[in-house]
Structure formats: structure tokens, C-alpha cells
Design a protein around this ligand. Structure first.
Ligand code: SF4
Ligand code: SF4
Length: 368
């Protein structure tokens, strides 16, 4: 089964049971312990995300602003999306034992399409005595037939433990973690920066010790502005799972609620040569799945799976994660490419002007 569309999903919950110094939510001072409920019933969300509406089997990658599995509704929500026939990835700190117990009780057919990205927050796991729980949960989901990747954020505080982390990972999951680069989220200048006191060369050398294709790919695309034709808005989306707001990609300025009326058709149209981000922030997802077909990249699976350690459990996950979106979608002819690029540019301009007018009008009203 190949992937028709990729949907990057956010759960806007900032609560978490760990407190990592490099956490993006903590860096931005955004952490609250509030867990707002979903705006729509789970059954309605399921209908809104049906295969029929999205044109085929999709891949939903779900990540919380804080810990993804903290909300009590998460197992039911994951079950619903899997039941619609899609693939699901959950990024998690791997410590909430009850949630994993609930998830491994799902039907085995569903678990074959479920992947976990376990973030290895080593020092917090040691501080809270959760290291065994973390690896036991990986063992538990693996035994149940789910796939996984172990990944670690490269940051300075881990460097004294770098060899220890390698050894433990090898012993517990058969291979080194894939490495994720850690961004600075405060005091940003023009470019997004890495959160480290090392030089870029030293940082890259440390990451390379783990022989991680994920790290190599992320660093290669870090701060590289994308100007090619991108199929975000047709082959991929960004979705807020609480509110149902769907947009073509980050910062694209136009979002629509797709949960309110699950029967309403979704318009699929690429953003074209109009990427609004300073660089493809989640290139290891979007670009590896082939959202810009003119750029050759390793596949999503090649960046993550440690084949020697058998992290991918099912043939379904292997087939989907080693495929490219262009295998199940048609590329546009040149004229359509030019048309959608201009069309988006004009709509974006008009929307921005209207927003500015609205803002100025509100300011004037406040004064009178
Ligand atoms: S586990 Fe994730 S969300 Fe929680 S504090 Fe660490 S980085 Fe932040
Ligand atoms: S290139 Fe830009 S528009 Fe395309 S997926 Fe990446 S961030 Fe989104």
C-alpha cells in the first residue's frame, strides 16, 4: 500500500511529564498544564478524514506541542484514524505506560499501520528513573507488531553521555538512535540557528558518530530556502487535530476547517513555487516523501529504519515508508504549474492586504 497524501498533524497541548532544557515549548516559554478538549467528536473527525474524502490511504504523523500521548482521548483518536485505513505515526517521549497498554490492545490489523517515533530524552529519563519504562514500552509495541524509530536530539548537555547513549541504545534496541538537530527558538536573527555552543563543523561531527541518515539529511537542508515547485496543498497538508484547521503548509496563511462538515469536498491544489518558510522545516518528512519531485532524496524509511535491528515490523509499513508520493499522484503539466503558482501568489497578497486593513480598522475603532 502506497501513500496518497501526507498529513502533518499537531495536537496543540503543551503539557508534558518531562522537562527537557532544549524543549521548543520551554524555550518559547509556552508551557501550560492545560489539556484542551478536541473541538469535535472523534467519530466526526474520523468521517472528516476518510479515505474517500482524501482520495486514498494517507499517512498521518501526529505530534503534540508537549507530549503527544498526554490527552486521555489520544488512544481513541489514533484508533479512529487507523480504522479509516490510514497509516499513523506518533511522536512520543515513550513514558506513559497506560497509553501504550491501551494502544497495544488495538486489533492487530491496525497495529501493522502504526509507527512510533520514540524521542530519547536521556537525562530526563535518568532524573525521573524512567529509562526502563521507556525501553519496556518500545519492547511492548514492537511485540504487538508496531514499527518504530528511536531518535535523539543532538544538544550540548548530552555530549558527556554520547558514548553511554550509544551503548545503551545498542543493547536495548539493537542500533544507535537516529539523530535530530535541535533548533534555537529564542533570540532568533535572520536565519534559524542550532541550539549549541559548538561550531557547525563540531556539531556535525558529533552527529555523524551515530551514522544517522536522518541527521545527514536534516543538516543538508537546514536553512536552505526552497524555490522549486512543491506539491504541498495537494500531496501534503498541515492539520490541527483539535480545531480541524487544514492548511497547505506552515505559514501559508490560508487555512480551512475540514471537521465542521465532513461531507464537504476538500480542494487539492499545490502551493507551487511559493514556499513561505525560511527552509523546509520538516524536510525529513515532506522532502523524503517526495513533496518536491524535482529533488532526488532518500525515502522516508531510508532516513529512519535501522534494517539490521528490524525496527520496521510490517510489510505494510515497509512498502509505504519506502515509497514516494509521486507513485500515487500525477505531476501537473507545465501550464497548470504556472497557473497555481500565480493563483496562490495573488490570493496570498489579497488576504494579507485584507488582514492589514482589518487590523488598522480595529486600531482606529479602539481609539474612538
Ligand atoms: S518530552 Fe518533548 S515535549 Fe516533553 S519536555 Fe521533553 S522535548 Fe518537551
Ligand atoms: S518546501 Fe515549503 S511548502 Fe513545501 S513542504 Fe517544505 S516547508 Fe512546506
Amino acid at each position: 500500500m502506497k501513500i496518497k497524501r501526507f498529513i502533518e498533524c499537531l495536537i496543540p497541548v503543551t503539557a508534558c511529564n518531562l522537562k527537557c532544557s532544549y524543549c521548543y515549548v520551554i524555550q518559547r516559554d509556552n508551557r501550560t498544564l492545560k489539556i484542551p478538549p478536541l473541538d469535535y467528536p472523534i467519530e466526526q473527525i474520523g468521517r472528516a478524514l476518510s479515505k474517500k474524502r482524501f482520495g486514498g490511504t494517507c499517512y498521518f504523523s501526529i505530534c503534540g506541542a508537549g507530549e503527544t500521548l498526554i490527552p486521555k482521548y489520544m488512544p481513541d483518536l489514533i484508533h479512529e484514524i487507523l480504522s479509516q485505513g490510514h497509516f499513523v505515526n506518533i511522536t512520543t517521549n515513550g513514558t506513559l505506560n497506560d497509553r501504550f497498554d491501551q494502544i497495544v490492545a488495538f486489533e492487530p490489523e491496525l497495529l501493522k499501520r502504526l509507527n512510533f517515533s520514540f524521542s530519547f530524552h536521556y537525562l530526563e529519563l535518568i532524573r525521573l528513573n524512567l529509562l526502563d519504562d521507556f525501553f519496556d514500552n518500545i519492547k511492548k509495541i514492537k511485540k504487538a507488531g508496531c514499527s518504530f524509530v528511536l531518535q535523539i536530539n543532538l544538544c550540548d548537555e548530552y555530549l558527556p553521555y554520547w558514548d553511554e547513549i550509544k551503548r545503551i541504545s545498542k543493547e536495548r534496541v539493537g542500533a544507535y538512535p537516529q539523530v535530530a538537530a535541535t533548533r534555537k527558538e529564542i533570540n532568533l536573527k535572520n536565519n534559524i540557528e542550532l541550539l549549541t555552543d559548538l561550531t557547525k563543523e563540531e556539531y556535525v561531527a558529533k552527529g555523524k558518530e551515530f551514522n544517522s541518515p536522518l541527521f545527514d539529511f536534516t543538516m543538508k537542508n537546514f536553512n536552505v530556502k526552497r524555490k522549486e515547485f512543491c506539491y504541498a496543498g495537494d500531496w501534503s497538508f498541515v492539520l490541527n487535530l483539535q480545531t480541524g484547521m487544514l492548511s497547505k503548509c506552515y505559514g501559508c496563511g490560508i487555512a480551512k476547517n475540514i471537521f465542521e462538515n465532513p461531507d464537504k469536498k476538500i480542494k487539492f491544489e499545490a502551493i507551487g513555487k511559493n514556499c513561505q518558510s525560511r527552509f523546509c522545516m520538516n524536510s525529513s518528512h515532506f522532502m523524503s516523501l517526495g513533496i518536491i519531485p524535482s529533488i532526488e532524496t532518500p525515502s522516508y524509511g531510508e532516513l529512519r529504519n535501522r534494517k539490521s535491528a528490524n525496527w520496521y515490523q510490517s510489510d505494510e509499513i515497509k512498502e509505504a515508508f519506502y515509497s514516494k508520493l509521486k507513485e500515487s499522484n500525477m505531476e501537473y503539466p507545465p501550464l497548470k504549474k504556472a497557473y497555481v503558482t500565480v493563483k496562490y501568489r495573488v490570493s496570498f497578497f489579497v488576504i494579507n492586504v485584507l488582514r492589514k486593513v482589518k487590523y488598522s480598522f480595529k486600531k482606529i475603532l479602539k481609539k474612538v
